[in-house]
Write a protein that binds this ligand. Structure first.
Ligand code: SRM
Ligand code: SF4
Length: 596
């Protein structure tokens, strides 16, 4: 079993300013291609604009855009990110990263000497996020794990990637059932990327204006209540979007990020309601086949938080990939490029209207689509908790859902998980959007040994009712946008509240370090969002508290309940204790010490 070693890298201190020195090293000037994708011929207007601005068309991210989108990206009013992409497409990093890493290894350059936009912005196209402010020279590497699936071989490789970085290396399970590796040095990145490729994984197209990890059901294929196994579709869609992980230049210059989730059952494990595109499995009453109703536009941001609306479209399983590709092309060519706060899909759907948006997709697909299918259920479906031991659809087999506290993994955890998957299951695991892990296909006779394994004492299968429901974003340890520390603080708060209270049911507490809401504060029973606060007239770290998020068949976003609460434990803990008692039926434990 892994030693309980915290990842101590990063802190809110030691901030390093952006270097201003020029010139900086930038490599490779080759054009990036997307074989088979159409390059709309340049209009005279665009050609003139390119000449005026001195932009190299082949090198830019403009190639696969419509002329209208090109003009908007080139407009004086376009955002600084559009300008960065016009100058050089982030897709260049799919090959540049190899060259840069080699140059650093040969001592010919260092990360400090690289072009600032390459190192801090464009490398995100290769999944490398420079943590300049918190851990300068170290990168977070975000993967793509469609449907959150991993094999034991992949797990061991991921552990081996971060092990050499000692205290600086760790990883997180993300709120998109994905993995982020930490502590990565640029000189190692090409070898890690190649290792990922050899194991059927990729980090490409996971950041900036790309499609995010595609979420599905963490119990796909083993769930007795599912309508469909989401895994083949998540993989097929990811392959189509990323060109089998090699990078797809035609779909890499979107106006903004876009989230796609595919749900298998009434539980909506993929959280369609907060995805830009949510595909919800339903059985078509006409054909008896399972297909998908489309939901559009759900997203969180600093300025706007909104649940998805009906896309009034029903897709057969065969239509899912062509529909999503056509939708991405419509988004690419029509989405806003002048204001990143109005560039998420919802704004485009609202501007066009649901019917015109569907028509634009139909036109690209060359076929008409059916309208949403209405299915009435005469019972109420409680969203299931996938943690714990559960019988599978397959006779004699079970899945074990284990709680990974705040989603944090160390190198040794990857190995321990891989060993557990091989010993008790079939050598695979699934990740959840709640940052936990599922070991599927465990025969009845191995359940007792699994539960006694030291790994599952640290990652409990029967965790406390607060710990099991804890979700936390990265927060101030690594994220420069954070207003507060989240993961470590959240764990400490949970430990103290569970020691003090009997909590009769699962309480989903979501921590997020700033209003971007990566930790989905609006999804939690209780949401905590980093925000300014005052104590004795002085500015201190604080949170807003949200209450009442509902997930599953009839989702609702949590509403802001209180703001300006200092995170100081003497204030926050009693506040949360009172909420747990008044809203969630908690009772003080006998002879408990006060939490603060
Ligand atoms: Fe996020 C930006 C972490 C899920 C909304 N998010 C960031 C950055 C990249 C900012 C940065 O460069 O530091 C964070 C990286 C910090 C780090 O070192 O880890 C970051 N986001 C995360 C993760 C890791 C949180 C977590 O602990 O799990 C999640 C990675 C998911 C993945 O595997 O791809 C993550 N981010 C989300 C979600 C939740 C979701 O997808 O369900 C949201 C809200 C939903 C949404 O997007 O609609 C989210 N992240 C944002 C936003 C606000 C987007 C907007 O439209 O304004 C930003 C800022 C931005 O894009 O400008 C952001
Ligand atoms: Fe960073 Fe804010 Fe996202 Fe947390 S919510 S990971 S603090 S951007």
């Amino acid at each position: 079993a892994a030693p309980a070693r915290p990842c101590t890298a990063g802190s809110s201190a030691g901030r390093v300013p952006r270097h201003a020195a020029v010139p900086r090293r930038s490599v490779a000037r080759r054009a990036v291609e997307a074989p088979g994708a159409e390059v709309p011929p340049l209009s005279e207007e665009v050609a003139a604009k390119l000449a005026e601005l001195g932009i190299d068309f082949d090198r830019s991210g403009l190639k696969y855009l419509s002329n209208d989108a090109r003009m908007r990206a080139l407009d004086r009013k376009s955002t600084k990110f559009e300008k960065t992409k016009n100058e050089k497409c982030g897709s260049h990093m799919w090959s540049d990263v190899t060259e840069l890493a080699a140059l650093i290894r040969e001592g010919k350059t260092s990360w400090e000497d690289l072009d600032l936009d390459d190192v801090d912005v464009r490398l995100k196209w290769a999944g490398l996020f420079h943590r300049r402010k918190r851990t300068p020279g170290r990168f977070m590497m975000r993967l793509k794990l469609p449907n959150g699936e991993l094999t034991s071989e992949q797990l061991r490789f991921l552990g081996d990637c971060i092990a050499p970085y000692g205290e600086d290396g760790c990883a997180d399970i993300t709120t998109r059932a994905n993995i982020q590796l930490r502590g990565i040095q640029l000189e190692d990145a090409d070898r890690i990327i190649e290792g990922l490729r050899q194991r059927g994984l990729t980090s490409f197209m996971s950041g900036m204006d790309n499609v995010r990890n595609i979420t599905g059901s963490p119990i796909a294929g083993i769930d007795p209540h599912e309508l469909i196994d989401t895994r083949p579709l998540c993989h097929a869609l990811n392959d189509a979007i990323t060109s089998q992980g090699a990078g797809n230049a035609a779909l890499t210059n979107l106006p903004r990020k876009i989230n796609i989730g595919i749900s298998s059952s009434r539980d909506d494990f993929a959280h369609c309601h907060i995805n830009d595109v949510g595909l919800k499995a339903v059985r078509d009453p006409e054909s008896g086949r399972v297909g998908f109703n489309v939901e559009l536009g759900g997203y969180f941001s600093i300025k706007r938080n909104v649940m998805s609306i009906s896309g009034d479209t029903f897709l057969t399983q065969e239509q899912v990939v062509p529909y999503c590709i056509a939708l991405l092309e419509v988004f690419r060519d029509h989405g806003a490029r002048d204001d990143r706060q109005k560039a998420r899909l919802m704004w485009l759907v609202e501007a066009m209207g649901v019917d015109a948006f569907r028509s634009a997709i139909e036109q690209r697909m060359g076929q008409s689509l059916r309208r949403e299918v209405h299915v009435a259920y005469d019972d109420v479906w409680e969203r299931r908790d996938v943690l714990g031991i559960h019988p599978q659809a397959q006779e004699g087999l079970h899945w074990a859902g284990a709680c990974v506290p705040a989603g944090r993994l160390l190198a040794s955890d990857f190995h321990a998980l891989a060993d557990a998957a091989d010993t008790y299951g079939d050598g695979s695991v699934r990740l959840t959007v709640e940052e936990n892990v599922i070991v599927p296909n465990v025969p009845q006779e191995r359940l007792a040994a699994l539960q006694a394994d030291p790994l599952f004492q640290r990652f409990p299968v029967q965790g406390g009712n607060l710990l099991r429901g804890l979700v936390s974003c990265t927060g101030a340890q690594f994220c420069s946008l954070a207003l507060v520390e989240t993961k470590n603080r959240a764990l400490e708060v949970v430990r103290k509240l569970e020691a003090e209270l009997d909590i009769p049911r699962l309480v989903r507490m979501h921590w997020t370090g700033c209003p971007n809401s990566c930790g989905q504060a609006q999804v939690g029973d209780i949401g905590l969002m980093g925000a300014p606060a005052k104590l004795d007239g002085k500015a201190v770290e604080g949170v807003k508290i949200f209450l009442g998020g509902k997930i599953g068949e009839n989702p609702e976003l949590a509403k802001e309940f209180e703001r300006g609460i200092p995170v100081d434990e003497s204030i926050l803990l009693p506040r949360l204790r009172d909420l747990l008692i008044s809203e969630f039926g908690a009772t003080p434990k006998q002879a408990a010490q006060p939490a603060a």
